[in-house]
Design a protein around this ligand. Sequence first.
Ligand SMILES: C[S@@+](CC[C@H](N)C(=O)[O-])C[C@H]1O[C@@H](n2cnc3c(N)ncnc32)[C@H](O)[C@@H]1O
Length: 266
Amino acid sequence: MSPEDKVRNIADASKPNAGRIYDYFLGGNHNFEIDRQAAQPVLQASPFLPSLLKMIRWFLGEATRRLCEERYTKFLDFASGLPTVDHIHQVAPKGTKVIYSDIDPVTVAYANDIIGNNPNVRYVHCDAGKPEDLLNSGVIEELFGKDRKIAIGFNGIAWFLPDEPIDHYMDVMYEWAEKGSKLFTCDANSTGLSENAKTIMNQYAKFGQPFYPRTMEKLQELVKPWSVTEPGFMHLEKWMDMENIVTQETQDAWSWGGIYGVFLTK
Ligand SMILES: C[S@@+](CC[C@H](N)C(=O)[O-])C[C@H]1O[C@@H](n2cnc3c(N)ncnc32)[C@H](O)[C@@H]1O
């Protein structure tokens, strides 16, 4: 079997996959024709969507850079998607240890093929609503040893989860992590949800990925008992000084109160 056939076998090219469609929107090359076709109606309805997704991935990269500067050397990431296009292990200095996870078995299988035998990176299956499955799985001890002062990623996932699993996730991770650990996340503010945003949600629901829009007030409640660090919940456009990248037209088209990022600490 050729390497390409092997990847196709693992990745199941017979139906579209949300992780690969996301990779396509980000400009990656780990997607198939079937994904690109499935993405077209979404692109037609929301041509600005790739800019927004790039902004979310940029926040992930920026969070990684900041936390590496703060000398975090171990990252535990949930709902990772495919580890391509400036993902954590591509941005962090060599030797940084990274455990990725995702609920989607196709993404997990394909991701493992992409990572290959990198000794500092693992990619495992986990429902972010049940982080204890990963925490108790042995992979943490195997890669991180006893260290629990960790940088934790929960990026681009909150809108795919109802309130209860987020609440549970934050409690379990807080209990598990050592003092000084940091968690970064972003979520979309549901205030003023536009027709465009509703169209995107409906189309993602067709890929089997419903959205759970919420207000920032609600998210602030859900992230407890983690403490919010300065400057608090902030528009991604502001965080990254990205007005030049995400045009006003894009922002107006999206117009659902913005995507907010935050760093939390124990
Ligand atoms: C928008 S991507 C986010 C990728 C990456 N974290 C980033 O910031 O660019 C969302 C990912 O969440 C995954 N996902 C959806 N529901 C999940 C859940 N309950 N637990 C874990 N992963 C989930 C999807 O399979 C997809 O790969």
